[in-house]
Write a protein that binds this ligand. Structure first.
Ligand SMILES: C[S@@+](CC[C@H](N)C(=O)[O-])C[C@H]1O[C@@H](n2cnc3c(N)ncnc32)[C@H](O)[C@@H]1O
Length: 273
């Protein structure tokens, strides 16, 4: 199937206005391949027909499906360990033990779940397995497809490269029979995470409290500087004074706002004022 320049331009604008993901001209082939599958699923024959459907009232949910099919979801367990060490060795030990409210983290572009499960292992190790009520973790993404995988918590066992081999049996269940070669995060850990569909650019976030830490890693790179600014300022309103915003190792938000101090290349602290 071929996609005309005109329709490609319209798809780009739709995706940008909904998610701020900027599909360059170089992504045309990817868009063609991914959406061709969707068009066949719907029993349609070409992009013109599909686009008329997308613009009709019945086609409204297609925006989410298009974004879902175009997002880049690469992630892995214990990705970029220096940032994780900062959580384990600096942020958590600073935590005031007399506090009665739970330590809270929002992992806001959580993809297929490896990142929030990594964080929950670090939290379990710090607080002790029996103290799950002392922390809470919200994991969110714009894509329902990746959230479904995240919630199921089933992975190829070969993807599990953990810094401490004892954590494999502590936090994962080995698959047997038809599930041989797979591993599943234990329910006790899965149940301590709330998974939500949140578009970082939606009007409001569904929280009536602020977080101690927000992990927003390897998603900022998809947005231009103005959108990064808009996003960081929005996230800041959900971060406690003295809380941390963590970004990916190829992302820098220095100069985006005056309210954050860079402590390490990927860790920014919200000023207490
Ligand atoms: C490359 S993955 C990064 C996953 C993980 N944070 C990590 O560092 O390994 C980027 C994720 O951002 C999500 N994403 C992209 N645009 C988004 C938006 N506007 N709102 C929420 N999530 C978004 C994608 O669906 C994808 O799962």
């Amino acid at each position: 199937m071929e996609i005309s320049e005109e329709i490609y331009g319209q798809i780009r604008r739709l995706v940008y206005s909904a998610s701020r993901i900027n599909l360059g001209p170089d992504k045309k082939q990817l868009v063609t391949t991914r959406l061709t599958k969707r068009i066949s699923q719907l029993g349609m024959n070409n992009f013109d027909q599909y686009w008329s459907y997308v613009l009709s009232p019945a086609g409204r949910p297609e925006t989410g499906i298009i974004i879902d099919s175009l997002t880049t979801n690469y992630t892995k367990f214990f990705r970029e360990p220096k940032t994780l060490d900062f959580l384990a060795k600096r942020i958590l030990p600073e935590w005031d033990k007399s506090r009665t409210d739970p330590f809270s983290i929002w992992c806001c572009a959580s993809s297929t779940g490896e990142e929030p499960y990594t964080l929950s292992i670090i939290l379990s190790e710090f607080f002790g397995e029996e103290n799950r009520h002392r922390w809470k973790l919200i994991a969110s993404d714009i894509s329902d497809r990746v959230l479904q995988t995240a919630q199921t918590g089933i992975y190829e066992a070969s993807k599990l490269q953990l810094p401490d081999s004892r954590w494999v049996s502590r936090y994962f269940q080995r698959g047997t029979g038809a599930q041989a070669g797979k591993t599943r995060v234990k329910a006790s850990l899965r149940n301590n995470i709330t998974f939500l569909n949140i578009n970082l650019f939606q009007a409001n976030y569904p929280f009536d409290f602020k977080f101690d830490v927000i992990f927003c890693r390897n998603v900022m790179i998809y947005f231009d500087r103005n959108c990064q600014k808009e996003l960081v300022n929005k996230l800041l309103t959900f971060l406690k004074p003295g809380g941390y915003l963590m970004v990916g190792s190829s992302e820098s938000i220095t100069g985006v706002t005056n309210n954050l101090r860079a402590i390490e290349p990927t860790a920014y602290k919200k000023e207490k004022v």
